[in-house]
Ligand binder design. Structure first.
Ligand code: 5GP
Length: 200
């Protein structure tokens, strides 16, 4: 899986829970038709708004572990006691179609992708401040106190990994953040296609 002209880019987007990375990615996909999101597999229980096959492929623990055994995941991680993983088949199919593929995954998964595919692009989304992040998670109101505390401490841990990413964006306004991300992807694709032409 390299990034010659015909293949789309592999773009990892990470950020702490509540930073709004899902909203930023959605705004990006609305404006960039050749960019798609890879649907991950997870063992966590679906939330009311989740749609199987669209938000995630919801798997039993047994199914997830057997797929992991078969090498079906490009990367996988345990997050908040549940397994999450990127399906190799899904990413390869989309990249062959020439699409830029977004992986919205945690920092553990991101580091595995960077190691296996050094040509991937890693983007970290930061909150304007920690106070703002806390307010956003509380405001979402979907989490119990215990899960909330877990997510806040994990958020700080995740933010400390941002220097390992190629690019960081502060999500203070969704549309602007999505536009900055789109510009970064466009510029990177142009740069790489020039490099490919030069190499030829
Ligand atoms: P949530 O359950 O709130 O949708 O996601 C929880 C965390 O799991 C988020 O940080 C999200 O980025 C991460 N995540 C979602 N899918 C994957 C995946 O396929 N691999 C990894 N490593 N993390 C994932």
């Amino acid at each position: 899986m390299n990034n010659t002209t015909g293949l789309g880019l592999l773009i990892v987007v990470s950020g702490p829970s509540g930073v709004g990375k899902g909203t930023v990615c959605k705004a990006l996909l609305d404006r960039e038709k050749d960019t798609v999101l890879s649907v991950s597999a997870t063992t966590r229980s679906p939330r009311p708004m989740d749609v199987d096959g669209q938000t995630y492929h919801f798997l039993t623990r047994e199914d997830f572990l057997s797929r992991r055994e078969q090498g079906e995941f490009l990367e996988w991680a345990e997050v908040y006691g549940n397994f999450y993983g990127t399906l190799r088949s899904e990413v390869e199919r989309l990249q062959k179609e020439g699409k830029n593929v977004i992986l919205e995954i945690d920092t553990q998964g991101a580091m595995q992708i960077k190691k296996a595919y050094p040509q991937s692009l890693l983007v970290f989304i930061l909150p304007p401040s920690l106070e703002e992040l806390r307010a956003r998670i509380v405001g979402r109101g979907t989490e119990s106190q215990e899960v909330l505390n877990l997510r806040l401490s994990k958020a700080q841990e995740e933010i400390s990994m941002s220097p390992h990413y190629d690019f960081s964006l502060v999500n203070d306004e969704v549309d602007r953040t999505a536009e900055e991300l789109a510009e970064f992807i466009r510029a990177e694709r142009i740069r790489r296609s020039k490099e490919d032409n030069f190499a030829e």
